[in-house]
Design a protein around this ligand. Sequence first.
Ligand code: GDP
Ligand code: IMO
Ligand code: MG
Length: 423
Amino acid sequence: MKVDVLLGLQWGDEGKGKVVDVLTPRYDAVARFQGGPNAGHTLEFEGKKYVLRSIPSGIFQDGQVNIIGNGVVLDPVLFQEEAEALERSGVDLKKVLKLSKKAHLILPTHRLLDAANEKAKGGAKIGTTGKGIGPTYTDKVSRNGLRLGDIEHDFTAKYAAARDRHLSILRQMGETPDISELESRWLAAIDYMKGYEIVDSEHLINGLLRDGKSVLCEGAQGTMLDVDFGSYPFVTSSNTVCAGACAGLGVAPNRIGEVFGIFKAYCTRVGSGPFPTELHDETGKRIRDLGHEYGAVTGRERRCGWIDLVALKYAIMINGVTQLIMMKSDVLDDFDEVKACVAYKINGKETKAFPYSIEDGTVEPVYASLPGWKKDMTAFRSEEEFPEAFRNYIDFLEAELETPITIVSIGPDREQTIIRSKK
Ligand code: GDP
Ligand code: IMO
Ligand code: MG
């Protein structure tokens, strides 16, 4: 069997959580492969709303195995909060969720380091989610990290060594925090985590595949936030791209099947960093209001702009996307005109190739303008109902992106999802 991968093609918040939930019934297992509680995935069904951060978005369906892979970083305190909320709403989490022994732990001092690093950068700050993501992945790569599996292996000494190392760095940065309260809360959460099955997840996943079971790998963030291919240094600290699923789960590259790439019918970004199609005008504000573009984790306003096909094509190439999923089409329902960036003008020259740098002021977007469809699509349940102007928009995107759009989302609810018939 092969694994399918579902990942974001823009700067995150494309609607990955919603679609993973919708696709889960097709699979036997769902596995998160990178990122941590910097993610915030909102799911809506049966009149209720749920926000997931570290836990895969497959937990609400029919008892599929849900796996947090080795590529994920976990904050025990946030994990406990998220897990307890889910248990309260009736999810039998301990039964369906398996955690990788090799997943790295976010320590309280990692969060303090994240804040101190941002402060030290001043005006050049990344605008991180403040969850300690960068420092935790830094420790992983510099071989100073603490893993979930360490809970059973000389944990107290390993924890104390990592904490003291962090405190010494913080002191050098002029910070002298009192962490006693944070620490006792964190250690209590470590105890809570012992109630879950902590497994060799690479064996679990490959065993499932050997037994003919199907697995959906769930990405967090988006390709433009990838540490190698995103708008560096304004990125996250993991590989959000398809290859990240191999390293973050122990799945071999020749096991990758379908790659679902998700994008919004427009584009958003939270935090700092370049964004060529950003709109600072009324249209940007209108998209933000209609799309409720405020972060689920930090509550921050998301920056909004038109869809960027140059960046999307690059993301499709890097990930080997086989099927596209377009989200939040309904947000543009009432626009007279919809624009799409089809090329960049750099130093007076037009290009369709995504460049090394998209630093502010260096890239001028070249737009195509399409007529809006001016129709409320939120109650539609089949593609036959799509207005002609919307069909034209889909045809235009498919031709530009040379990849089929197989799912169209027209509202936040599970039911507001249109699976298109294959041509
Ligand atoms: P994720 O991080 O990729 O899972 O995306 P988020 O959950 O952070 O952001 C997507 C937001 O859009 C959530 O609030 C969803 O409930 C909402 N959403 C998802 N799909 C649609 C859609 O098709 N239309 C509208 N209006 N909202 C949507
Ligand atoms: P989901 O999974 C949108 C952004 C932050 C910041 C940068 C680095 O919900 O799509 P970090 O805390 O990772 O060091 O922050 O990345 N960022 C996200 N933006 N959606 C996310 O996740 C994000 N996770 C991180 O805003 O610019
Ligand atoms: Mg999100």
